[in-house]
Design a protein around this ligand. Structure first.
Ligand code: SER
Length: 584
């Protein structure tokens, strides 16, 4: 069965079971600076898992485009992918374990035709935070899974949470037995020898983990499930890797035709990174040296390096892009629309990288000559870092070249230097994100102050739950994203507008103070994204109406702002509204 058919069957099945099909969110979360990419189907739905009403109801299903790059260095083996599609169905305080398990079993056995005896499942064993999940066990037995195929594990295997805090709960996972012999007496679904392949995860989200590590009950019991599409396609097509499915096979074949050197891992890396990069670019990502942009840059550079390793002429990139899109267009028709744009981003980045490589290699040769003259065989971390920072020369490349020259590299220390550097640039970019300022002319500065007034006015009119989720300022307008579950009424918009204008006319002074983060929080200032700021922060106050942690700049007096007008109020993403406004 092709991936698209699995997706269609899935959505149709859950639609038949009363679910509303909702669209995939972009891989780049629109207003959530706390994560770089959408990593799971539940991610855009967090506000609804926490209790907000979803406009489409309490039973939802979708496919979600996901990027997970923690395993980027593993790509090239037979299973890791940085982009994948997750099929999901949700109960937002609707059905719970029994119905969820019954539907999963029916879908796997009846719709996909998987033999029941191929399935094993795992349930949560229980601990001091939550009891043993005997109900799931009973439900699995009831639908027909034999006892000896049901396992219990602890939090490490059967508890799901995105990150450190937030909605979470015990999960039950479904595994497909590939028929390989057990690797040992104790081999079970938790073992990653490859006998058991995880295919679906149903999370029973009834808890919320707080910052202090304690758990509370959510106001509703939810179900969040995730089924990895590529993996399912691979199993149903009886192939060993996702690269043999129709999603990758054509591009893999093309690479084989073009290559002068034969490296299967490199072909997989190229095929995989090309697809991921296209999905990121298609959703608005561009290569840069920080955050998302850096991940994209890394993917594209790694792809280019492996094309070089295969000795494939880089002028073939448009052909490879074309082949890849051809295999994906049924699933993501938007790739066809954006083909030319994606191609130019990829080629531009490739050109930059090739220049970097040439310069870096020259510099590297100088380093080696110097060390050899000094009879040294180890390249110190600072040199590796300089090669990276000054010439953009990737450390993997230094490592590879060092090996070829019989040299060692102080890699651990480099990793530390690199982490510190990344932390610094991340902080910088988050601070920029917070202000949303691309440049800071006089008009942009006025808009920036207006953003603080708007934030404060929204809190007065709509409530204290309003927090900034994002902002973007140009000389023509301001855009402000904030948490709020519903569309604003015309009266609310009018009130907000009036309040902001009243404050502008009051002629409030804008003042700033430096203080520690602790003091900032205690002062009652609005402290969004505080963890991204340095220890000493600036807090900007606007008269008595607003107090916010911020990097500035701002006007001196609100009188400078003129007249504030809301042009548009619209949905931005789940639970987030967007206002576009101007100063006249
Ligand atoms: N959130 C769970 C996961 O990502 C189920 O969707 O596996």
């Amino acid at each position: 069965m092709k991936a698209i058919d699995i997706r269609n069957k899935y959505l149709a099945f859950f639609k038949n079971h009363g679910h509303v099909v909702i669209p995939s969110a972009p891989v780049i979360p629109e207003n959530d600076p706390s994560v770089l990419f959408t990593t799971a189907g539940m991610h855009p739905l967090v506000p609804y898992l926490l209790g907000e009403k979803h406009p489409a109801g309490t039973r939802l299903t979708d496919y979600q485009k996901c990027i997970r790059t923690v395993d980027i260095d593993e790509v090239g083996d037979n299973r890791h992918l940085t982009y994948f599609e997750m099929l999901g169905n949700w109960s937002l305080g609707d059905y719970f374990k029994e119905e969820s398990i019954a539907m999963s079993y029916e879908f796997l056995t009846k719709e996909l035709g998987i033999q029941a005896e191929k399935l094993s499942v795992t349930c949560f064993a229980g601990d001091e935070d939550a009891p043993r999940d005997t109900l799931s066990y009973e439900c699995w037995k009831k639908v027909g899974i034999p006892e000896e195929h049901i396992y219990f594990f602890g939090k490490n295997d059967n508890w799901w949470i995105a990150g450190e805090e937030g909605p979470c709960g015990p999960d039950t996972e479904m595994f497909y037995d590939t028929g390989k012999p057990k690797c040992s007496e104790t081999c079970n679904p938790a073992c990653d020898c490859g006998k058991y392949v995880e295919i679906w995860n149903n999370v029973f989200m009834e808890y919320c983990k707080r910052k202090d590590g304690t758990y509370t009950k959510l106001q509703q019991k939810n179900v969040d499930t995730g089924l990895g599409l590529e993996r399912m396609a691979m199993l149903l097509q009886s192939v060993q890797t996702p690269f043999e499915t129709e999603l990758f096979a054509p591009v893999m074949k093309k690479l084989e035709e073009l290559q002068k050197q034969d490296f299967i891992q490199s072909r997989r890396i190229v095929a995989e990174h090309l697809r991921s990069s296209m999905m990121i670019i298609n959703d608005g990502g561009r290569p840069s040296n920080v955050d998302r942009g850096y991940v994209l840059r890394r993917l594209l550079r790694r792809m280019t390096r492996h094309l070089n390793k295969l000795e494939i002429d880089l002028n073939n990139l448009p052909t490879l892009i074309d082949t890849s899109i051809h295999s994906l267009k049924e699933m993501y028709p938007e790739l066809v629309t954006n083909q030319a744009m994606m191609q130019s981003v990829i080629i531009e980045e490739k050109d930059k990288f090739m220049k970097t490589l040439a310069k870096g290699e020259k510099e590297f040769a100088k380093v080696v000559t110097k060390l050899k003259n000094e009879n040294k065989t180890k390249i110190d971390a600072q040199t590796v870092f300089n090669l990276y920072e000054t010439y953009g020369f990737p450390s993997e490349m230094t490592l590879e070249l060092a090996k070829e020259n019989g040299m060692e590299v102080e890699m651990e220390k480099f990793d530390q230097l690199f982490k510190a550097h990344q932390e610094k640039s991340r902080m910088g970019s988050e601070a920029k994100f917070k202000g949303g300022l691309a440049s800071t002319g006089e008009i942009e500065t006025q808009y920036h102050t207006a953003t603080h007034l708007l934030n404060a006015a929204l809190k007065v009119v709509l409530g204290e739950h309003v927090h900034q989720k994002g902002s973007n300022i140009t000389a023509e307008r301001m855009r402000f994203d904030f948490s709020h579950p519903a569309k604003m009424t015309p009266e609310e918009k009018q009130k907000v507008e009036e309040l902001v204008n009243e404050w502008i006319q009051n002629g409030w002074e804008v003042t700033s103070e430096e203080m520690s983060k602790e003091e900032a929080i205690q002062s009652g200032a609005e402290c969004m994204f505080i963890e991204k700021y340095p220890d000493i922060v600036s807090v900007y106050s606007i008269g008595e109406v607003s107090k916010e942690l911020c990097g500035g700049p701002h006007v001196k007096n609100t009188k400078e702002l003129g007249h504030f007008k809301i042009k548009k109020e619209e949905a931005s993403s789940s639970g987030v509204r967007r206002i576009k406004a101007i100063l006249e």
